[in-house]
Write a protein that binds this ligand. Structure first.
Ligand SMILES: [Zn+2]
Ligand SMILES: [Zn+2]
Length: 437
């Protein structure tokens, strides 16, 4: 005889939970790969069935999706915004619109060569909301001194048009920014070889994933740069000699010249425009990345490898930038708000990395191209799905790894090369190791 028990409140709750899980739990990556039906089990039935005797897909059941990761900076620390957004300003009644030419500087480098200025229309506002409206920029030097530069309370009037103007302006400067990246990596053999291949695959094979990855990277570099007021007839704009202001852990404050910094509100608005453009590119990029990874039959592993390299380099770069920014704000009044928001952002990147690496392993499914370059180069050349230049690259990198293993490698202690070397990056080293380097 069947006994039906009345469901208590606890069981009812459990049922609800299962129900919502059914709606929200995402398909596992293996089932997404093979386009088979998934279930809520842990592991799911499909993964459970093949456990221990899978021929190629040996990864555990895993449900974190690329689409849920964050690979760009979305926050603005200074204004305590997890998602950077424009602020409203209390415009001075009866005030006029003025025009200002802005020149952009790349971190630790200065003006972008041959760049024309960008013109914006601004208006004076009344700073009445304390630190929210401040026109002052404050940071701490390496020696622990607090610096402050102040400009008048001016803000860009039409922020709706700023985003598209920003996109057009910085898209036109992409080649100059790519030259900055090449300059940075000149002492990093691996990066130099890899970026050459990135550029080649982008132009010869028309890789959209690589094109978007490079755009993301260039924009990340831009967003760690800073603007200069180029027009010299703007009332109230002051010039500061940064050489007398001490060195900073954040490159944008580490200027080696005299400069007319942008008013604080305009700096924030330019940053929001950058973040909005970054978000748009990230969305397009992740979609493209997923379409390559989940492509039926042969996976374009080489294109994906180069794409992951660029993205990991960039994650490393924005991570370092975020930490330098926090250091530069230590000892200032906004220290705590900056630490809070920026630390949350860093956690999101730390979450993204294993998700990306899992997808990289799924792409490879045990395939080990760099190992093959050593053990069986003919097999790699004939059946590796790479062209002659790609084959030459993989062979060269395998040799470099044999010569300077990352475990033995000591980076040079001078300049930027030390902080931007492929082997110093745990993330980039793992990308290579998974592929047998
Ligand atoms: Zn599944
Ligand atoms: Zn599964």
């Amino acid at each position: 005889m069947k006994v039906s028990k009345r469901k208590g409140p606890l069981q009812e709750k459990q049922r609800e939970k299962t129900h919502t899980m059914r709606k929200t739990k995402r398909i596992c990556v293996r089932c997404r790969f093979y386009k088979s039906g998934c279930d809520e089990g842990d592991p799911c039935q499909k993964c459970n069935k093949i456990e221990g005797h899978a021929r190629s897909f040996r990864e555990p059941c895993y449900r974190e999706h690329l689409e849920d990761t964050s690979i760009i900076r979305r926050c603005n620390g200074r204004e305590q915004q997890e998602e950077a957004e424009f602020l409203g300003y209390d415009w001075k009644p009866g005030s006029q619109l003025w025009e200002m030419d802005i020149l952009w500087n790349l971190p630790g480098y200065g003006r972008i060569p041959n760049a024309q200025p960008m013109r914006v229309a601004f208006r004076p506002y009344s700073p009445r909301r304390g630190s929210l409206d401040t026109a002052t920029s404050v940071w701490t030097t390496k020696e622990g001194d607090v610096c402050a530069v102040e400009q008048p309370a001016y803000a860009i009037y039409d922020t709706a048009n700023l985003v598209s103007a920003f996109e057009r302006y910085f898209s036109s400067l992409q080649p100059a920014i790519e030259a900055w990246i090449f300059d940075r990596i000149q002492h990093d053999e691996i990066a130099t070889h890899t970026y050459r291949e990135v550029f080649r695959m982008r132009s010869v094979h028309g890789s959209r994933a690589l094109d978007l990855a490079m755009r993301l990277q260039c924009l990340s570099v831009v967003s760690q740069g800073y603007g200069t007021v180029w027009s010299n007839n703007i009332p109230g704009i002051q010039e500061y000699d940064y050489r007398h202001l001490g060195r900073s852990d954040y490159e944008a404050y580490d200027r080696n010249s005299r400069d007319r910094p942008l008013p604080g509100a305009i700096t924030h608005q330019m940053d929001v425009a950058a973040v909005k453009y970054l978000r748009k590119l990230e969305k397009l990029f992740v979609k493209e990345l997923a379409s390559l990874i989940f492509k039926p039959k042969i996976k374009p592993w080489y294109e994906l490898f180069l794409t992951f390299y660029v993205i990991f380099w960039n994650l490393e770069y924005i991570n370092k930038g975020a930490k330098g920014y926090m250091k530069a704000k230590n000892g200032t009044l906004i220290e705590h708000q900056v630490n809070n928001v920026v630390n949350n952002q860093v956690k999101k990147w730390e979450f993204a990395f294993p998700v990306l690496l899992y997808h990289w392993r799924c792409t490879l499914r045990g395939y080990s191209p760099f190992k093959l370059a050593r053990d069986n180069p003919d097999e790699l050349r004939e059946r590796g799905h790479i062209d002659a230049e790609g084959f030459a690259y993989v062979t060269e990198i395998a040799k470099i790894f044999d010569r300077l293993s990352p475990d033995r490698f000591q980076p040079p202690l001078t300049g930027f090369s030390a902080t931007h070397h492929s082997f110093v990056s745990e993330w980039i080293t793992k990308l290579f190791k998974e592929a047998g380097a």
